[in-house]
Design a protein around this ligand. Structure first.
Ligand SMILES: [Zn+2]
Ligand SMILES: [Zn+2]
Length: 76
């Protein structure tokens, strides 16, 4: 049957589209787990989104010391 009933899965963090949910979950677990250990202190970094007009930044920021461990761009 046609493609109409097929819903694309999207990564919650970077909006990358996936054909199936398992792939999407694996991607999220490997690329952006909910938290990562901070390299500057003993705290945890969690991802959050920063928006600009043309694109968004996905950053890992430490809850304790505000260190930004990783940043990459995504398009909404
Ligand atoms: Zn992603
Ligand atoms: Zn830290």
């Amino acid at each position: 049957m046609g493609l109409l009933g097929k819903k694309k899965e999207k990564c919650d963090a970077c909006n990358k589209p996936f054909d199936d949910l398992d792939e999407c979950r694996t991607h999220m677990k490997n690329i952006h787990p909910p938290t990562k250990p901070c390299t500057k202190c003993s705290g945890l970094m969690a991802w959050e989104r920063q928006h600009t007009q043309a694109y968004g930044n996905l950053i890992y920021v430490c809850r304790e010391c505000d260190f930004i461990g990783e940043m990459w761009r995504y398009y909404p």
